[in-house]
Ligand binder design. Structure first.
Ligand SMILES: C[S@@+](CC[C@H](N)C(=O)[O-])C[C@H]1O[C@@H](n2cnc3c(N)ncnc32)[C@H](O)[C@@H]1O
Length: 257
């Protein structure tokens, strides 16, 4: 299936088929197409004043959601999250990169006030529909996980299943710095991440630097390693901000944005 170029832009050679990001083609052609597509995204990013890396990531995820290439979207909350919910009283939670909302809905069903962010409009549309069907209230935001200035802080829990590990290092630094403001004293960051290993084909996965950035703001309490899809090394991290848990806030859901 072919997708139109962003805003219908063309290169000097004519329109670029954006599927060059995912389809295999002859290596030289694919390289050229990729460069062309990046150049177009750079142009668009400067026009709409969004960073190129965010726009490129957004574009890639947009294609994946449109094509249904979303193997992570199982519709089932992982046992690690259910275990956390069984051991903690409900409070206010923020989910980073919530996808189609499965885990945000699970949190709401356990009595949590939930705010959930994803920059894929297709994913957020599905998430809103699923929450309505489930009869729960979740405040979904279609935006970058680094844009959190107007959220009702603090959060007792920040959940991240598969988002932080894919962020560009500059965005990881921003994300980590925001934890200071977002997390309540004693609050938890519960994260599932693929781990970066030597010889990985592209810059992806949680590495020492990504972990160090987080540890400037939260203390690593537990790290459970395992293998994810396609035997990819991965880990569940439980991290905590210093301080004792504050009294739970009044449950109040902000309007959807
Ligand atoms: C691997 S998927 C996981 C989705 C969901 N957590 C789940 O487990 O089903 C990563 C999600 O993060 C979102 N994402 C990646 N980078 C993002 C960013 N900078 N801002 C907002 N969402 C982002 C993607 O759109 C995608 O839905």
């Amino acid at each position: 299936m072919k997708f139109p170029l962003p805003l219908g832009l063309k290169t000097a050679d004519g329109p670029v088929n954006a599927s060059c990001y995912t389809k295999s083609r002859t290596p030289r052609r694919a390289d050229k197409d990729k460069k062309d597509a990046d150049m177009i995204l750079r142009e668009v990013a400067s026009l709409v004043k969004v960073s190129f890396v965010t726009l490129r990531a957004r574009w890639r995820y947009m294609l994946r959601y449109r094509r249904g290439k979303t193997p992570w979207d199982t519709g089932i909350s992982p046992p690690e999250l259910l275990d956390y919910l069984a051991r903690h009283a409900a409070g206010r939670a923020l989910e980073m990169g919530c996808g189609t909302g499965t885990n945000a809905i699970t949190l709401a069903q356990h009595g949590w006030e939930v705010h959930a962010i994803d920059f894929s409009s297709a994913a957020i549309r599905t998430a809103r529909r699923k929450a309505r069907r489930a009869g729960v209230q979740v405040a979904f935001y279609c935006r970058s996980v680094t844009k959190t200035d107007d959220l009702p802080v603090p959060f007792d829990l920040i959940l991240d299943i598969g988002c932080y590990h894919g962020l560009h290092p500059a965005l990881q630094a921003q994300y980590a710095a925001n934890l200071e403001r977002l997390l309540a004293p004693g609050g938890t960051l519960l994260m599932y991440a693929h781990l970066r290993y030597p010889g990985m084909p592209r810059r992806y996965g949680l590495d020492e630097e990504g972990l160090r950035l987080l540890q400037q703001h939260v203390r690593l309490v537990q790290r459970v390693e395992g293998n994810g899809r396609r035997d990819h090394p991965s880990a569940w991290l439980t991290m905590q901000k210093e301080g004792s848990e504050a009294p739970r806030p009044e449950v109040q859901i902000a309007p959807e944005r």
